[in-house]
Design a protein around this ligand. Structure first.
Ligand SMILES: [Cu+2]
Length: 370
């Protein structure tokens, strides 16, 4: 919670820092960004929309948008379904499917995930926009190892790490309906398996050895399968307000990847509202509901007596909330630029089997349309 407070403080300090010169400066360029081409152009892109909402808008023919987003997520502690479970309970009650030993011996205690996303959008026509995205990821997972085949004697702690490029996404967004201040956009795309599924690192075993092993599914960088990306977004705006709802799905198009498994399909719905206090400063609030299935199949190289090595301990239902601060500078030199910062936290988590629980997340997004 202390870190959450710090992130929040950092976010607001940054926004205030950025906004001060804008308030003092000339705001005369506000009307300049609202091109006469209609809602689908810069207007849509300058409304305060949460970071997780992607592919919600189209651009006018020949228009570009480039973006960089950073996101940080922390997970701490474990839960079984909706209830917290301690490391000691895990190693005495949860069976190890890769026996022996009969119960789990290693428990993840904390995970940090950092993601850098680079995106580009291009308006092929006024109705159709193409969107491409590449991401660089870094994962850290801390563990507690218990000694021997049974019992609750702690042997030691270790951290595994993985980093590299993740899967690469390409989508088309089509504006099926626009009237006055509302729009309905559909998107369809593919995710190419450019992320590694063979990341390894050193681990501390219950027998006090330190072999290098294939890391569990959660630490791998890509799905390993070609995936279909589908989405539908309804959005509207009136005066200083904007709102919307988006459905997004990731459907695995192959029954298994080269390692013998496939990740669960994902379905999510986000609803949001935004408000602009001035042409340059806005806020957004959102609620996300997400469902992901279990992993089907398994990687024969992932066998450690840890919950993350069991494909059944993946997926579940989660509900998250988040608030964002959005800054669109009103200087001519920064036309089409938006800077946004967001913090979020889960309000409901019902996880399959035993899993680490999400704690909070922070995101930053820089984008420019031209
Ligand atoms: Cu865009």
């Amino acid at each position: 919670m202390r870190t959450l407070y710090k992130a929040c403080l950092l976010g607001s300090t940054m926004m205030i820092g950025f906004s001060a010169p804008a308030l003092a400066g000339h705001e005369g360029h506000a009307e300049h960004t609202g091109h006469s081409q209609g809602y689908h152009d810069h207007n849509a892109a300058s409304s305060p929309v949460p970071l997780a909402v992607m592919g919600d808008h189209v651009h006018g023919k020949g228009d570009w948008m480039v973006s960089y987003s950073y996101s940080h997520m922390e997970m701490k502690g474990n839960r079984q379904g909706t209830d917290s479970i301690s490391p000691q309970e895990i190693v005495t009650t949860i069976t190890n499917p890769n026996a022996p030993p009969p119960t789990l011996r290693v428990v993840p205690t904390k995970m940090e995930m950092d993601m850098h996303m680079f995106g580009a959008m291009y308006g092929v026509t006024d109705k159709l926009t193409l969107m491409g995205m590449a991401m660089y990821m870094k994962n850290d997972m801390e563990h507690l190892t218990f000694q021997g085949m049974a019992g609750t004697t702690e042997l030691g702690r270790f951290t595994t790490r993985s980093s590299g490029w993740g899967d690469t996404k390409l989508s088309g967004i089509y504006n099926v309906y626009t009237q006055d201040n509302i729009a309905l956009n559909l998107s369809a795309g593919i995710s190419a398996p450019t992320g590694s599924t063979k990341e390894e690192d050193d681990v501390l075993t219950p027998m006090n050895t330190r072999p290098t092993l294939r890391l569990p599914y959660a630490m791998q960088l890509g799905s390993g399968t070609w995936d279909a990306l589908l989405g539908a977004t309804y959005s509207g705006h009136k005066n200083q307000w904007n709102w919307g709802a988006q459905y997004k799905a990731t459907i695995r198009m192959e029954s298994e990847n080269d390692q013998g498994y496939r990740l669960g399909n994902k379905h999510g719905i986000t609803a949001w509202g935004g408000y602009k206090f001035t042409p340059s400063i806005g806020i957004s609030g959102k609620i996300d509901a997400a469902y992901q299935g279990k992993i089907k199949g398994s990687d024969a190289n992932i066998t450690a007596p840890v919950q993350t090595a069991n494909p059944d301990n993946y997926g579940g239902k989660t509900v998250d909330v988040g608030i964002g601060l959005h800054y669109t500078p009103q200087y001519h030199a920064f036309e089409g630029v938006e800077i946004a910062a967001e913090i979020g936290a889960p309000v409901y988590q019902n996880l399959n089997g035993v899993q680490m629980e999400r704690d909070w997340n922070f995101g930053l997004r820089l984008r420019k349309s031209f």
